[in-house]
Design a protein around this ligand. Structure first.
Ligand code: PLP
Length: 398
């Protein structure tokens, strides 16, 4: 049972494009290359028709109406448009925005920017499981609050925030609710209507679609969300995001959403079983190994472990035929300990010893067995090399 190396198990950073998605995209580079905004000929009509079909698939997956979908270049742009667009459009009503500590940098850095231009931002802490307390949120809302921005699933620890409950609070207090759902759409059910979400960011390359395309859901009734555009010119996407549409990319996003809609439930169960197998094997083979984040409120695809006495970076080098991440992929250029793990109260040492496993559609049971064995053998070897670890076997830290 030879596995093909290297093994990719970093599906929170990006996913391989599904071959069915590639196939759906190809004609839109060649014979159907038209501009979706060309109104006078067949080329334009074909492109527009494909974009509208894709819009329908995206909308269906998150229980929205197609007219509530704005295509963007990805979740970073969608988060920027949601936060900056609301801050500008609702300036007269207030300037206070509430978020929480484990958000993606696409939200945290955007809010830092808004703080410099006069917004007030409250960043709520999370429990040691990584969950925000809805009562904290309720208490933080003031008459000047215009927006809550709370992610659905976390990109490092897979922890799933209680967005339906937060959506109810937002409605009750009459503030808008933005959700960064880049990690959850296509993996677990998302229902923008039922969950009281007003804005929602998603990205194609996290759900087996191409890079450089995503969408922002913008609620059109109860309430109708106002948004100031960030990019002007041409008035595409109902004026919210000008620029010639990336037709092949949008077709890919639509196809990826259609596949997820059909296969998500079954795929989630398969990957949950594989993830649990990986977890159980590693925990049975190693002591002083700790799970980061809630195990119950969590994406089925995610596992995040800290191996006491081992540098995450050293472990990654030791298992160089397996692609996983230490900390967040987006911050791994720096050696700062993950802000997510620090927010959970994980010590700096254990944060540096963490590894994120992200299982995906193309992983197999054989790969999971291989990865578990490689991790166990490598952690044991690194710990034997470390006299400090041997001398002071760490006790459970928290
Ligand atoms: C990947 C990711 C983003 C950024 O998405 P891009 O499409 O790569 O810009 C934002 N938020 C979360 C939670 C993510 O996982």
């Amino acid at each position: 049972m030879a596995v093909k190396l290297p093994i990719y198990m970093d599906n929170h950073a990006t996913t391989r494009v599904d071959p069915r998605v590639v196939e759906a995209m190809l004609p839109y580079f060649t014979e159907k290359f038209g501009n979706a905004a060309s109104r006078n000929h067949e080329f334009g009509w074909k492109a527009e028709e494909a974009v509208e079909t894709a819009r329908g698939h995206v909308a269906r997956l998150i229980h929205a109406s197609p007219r509530e979908i704005v295509f963007t270049s990805g979740a970073t742009e969608s988060d920027n448009l949601a936060l900056k667009g609301v801050a500008e459009a609702y300036r007269k009503r207030g300037n206070h925005i509430i978020t929480q500590a484990t958000e993606h940098k696409a939200v945290l850095d955007t809010l830092k920017r808004l703080e410099q231009s006069g917004c007030e931002v409250t960043c709520l802490p999370v429990s040691k499981d990584g969950l925000v307390d809805p009562d904290d949120l309720r208490r933080a809302i003031t008459p000047r609050t215009i927006l809550l921005s709370i992610m659905h699933a976390n990109n490092e620890i897979g922890v799933v925030q209680p967005i339906a409950e937060i959506g109810r609070i937002a409605k009750e207090k009459d503030v808008l609710f933005h959700v960064d759902a880049a990690q959850s759409v296509g993996k677990i059910p998302v229902d923008a209507e039922k969950d009281g979400v007003d804005l929602l960011a998603l990205s194609a390359h996290k759900l087996y679609g191409p890079k450089g395309v995503g969408a922002l859901y913008v609620r059109r009734k109860n309430p109708r969300v106002e948004l100031a555009a960030m990019i002007d010119g041409g008035g595409h996407e109902r004026g919210m995001r000008s620029g010639t549409l990336n037709v092949p990319g949008i077709v890919g996003l639509g196809k990826a959403c259609e596949i997820c809609q059909q296969e998500m439930a079954e795929e989630g169960e398969r990957l949950r079983a594989l993830r649990d197998k990986l977890k159980d094997a590693i925990l049975a083979g190693l002591d002083n190994t700790f799970i980061n984040g809630s195990m119950t409120q969590r994406l089925p695809q995610n596992l995040n472990l800290s191996f006491a006495g081992v540098e995450g970076e050293a472990l990654l080098m030791g298992i160089n035929d397996v692609a996983v991440s230490s900390g967040s992929a987006c911050t791994s250029a720096t050696l700062e300990p993950s802000h997510v793990l620090r927010a959970l109260g994980v010590s700096e040492d254990l944060a540096h010893s963490s590894v994120r496993f992200g299982l995906g559609r193309f992983n197999t049971a054989e790969e999971v067995e291989y990865v578990a064995a490689r991790v166990i053998e490598t952690v044991k070897r690194l710990r034997e090399l470390s006299p400090l670890y041997e001398a002071a076997k760490p006790r459970p830290p928290r």
